[in-house]
Design a protein around this ligand. Structure first.
Ligand code: 15L
Length: 274
């Protein structure tokens, strides 16, 4: 029975996956800075600060695979992103190497490619166009994954997660929604599939408005059960409550693109005026 470590256990994704993973991986070790408020008596929790290599090594002891959901998960000031995602990301891969962990699933993000326009369909082989300091930190995480796969033989799967949740929240999320059970499928591919060396997959359900070519995930057996269009009415009603965002509405990364933006607005096409 493989022992799986999940970092970020107290965060949004971790909270949901804590309920879905135990039937598949009964030997699941949870980690975060602080334990989840509702930690059950049958759950195993080990605290760790990702910025502290010794603490990260301690939680990697005896582990076969890691689901790395820990770190800073939105745009924010540089220092916490540096500590959690850059230093923390390095510590995670380095500790895994030292402790002989075989596989890592790294929670990357759609914000790695957020500055691609929505009308531009992309695969996983395009140049990174991050939309935020947070997005840059995820590009760094993917690069770490490639290095540790190629140089040290770790089997690494980077999931460029769209928007994780029970349903798509607005117009943009109809293209990038990821149902929790579909994330579980992708995690299992990363932890178990015999052909994994280094992969980048999009963490998205079956979304007819997708901007991403995710054929590699399908080749590896991914069969998502979530279909964003089933929630179209709700998502569009929520969208109607939001103010227009000319930059965010044009690019794939949405609101993160418009934050602190003082670039060239002439590149942005306002489709509503056409
Ligand atoms: C992410 O990467 C974030 O972690 C999440 O909070 C959302 O902002 C999501 O992307 C998104 O793009 O909707």
């Amino acid at each position: 029975m493989p022992r799986i470590l999940m970092t970020g256990a107290s965060g949004g994704i971790g909270t949901s996956l804590r309920k879905l993973l135990p039937p598949i991986y009964p030997d699941l070790v949870l980690s975060d800075l602080k334990p989840p408020a509702d930690l059950g008596s049958r759950e195993t929790f080990k605290p760790a600060d990702l910025a502290d290599l010794a603490q990260v090594e301690a939680i990697c002891e005896g582990v076969d695979g890691i689901l790395h959901f820990g770190g800073y998960s939105v745009e924010g000031p540089w220092d916490p992103i540096l500590q959690s995602n850059i230093i923390g990301g390095y510590n995670l891969f380095e500790a895994a190497r030292k402790k002989g962990v075989k596989r890592i699933v790294f929670a990357s993000s759609n914000h790695v490619v957020g500055f691609y326009p929505r009308h531009h369909r992309i695969g996983t082989d395009v140049t990174a166009r991050p939309d935020s300091r947070y997005g840059v930190s995820k590009v760094f995480g993917e690069a770490l994954g490639a290095l540790y796969a190629d140089k040290h033989g770790l089997k690494v799967t980077c999931l460029r997660i769209g928007n994780f949740g029970e349903q798509p929240l607005d117009h943009r999320r109809l293209s990038i929604w990821l149902k929790p059970e579909d994330l579980v499928q992708l995690c299992r591919i990363g932890l178990e599939h015999p052909d994994i060396l280094f992969e980048i997959l999009y963490g998205a359900s079956y979304n007819e408005r997708a901007w991403w070519d995710n054929h590699r995930a399908y080749d590896l057996g991914y069969r998502p059960s979530g279909r964003a269009e089933d929630f179209r009415e709700h998502a569009m009603a929520e969208q109607a409550k939001l103010p227009p965002d000319p930059i965010g509405d044009f690019y794939q990364g949405g609101a993160f693109c418009g934050m602190e933006f003082d670039g060239d607005r002439s590149r942005i096409i306002d489709w509503s005026k056409r």
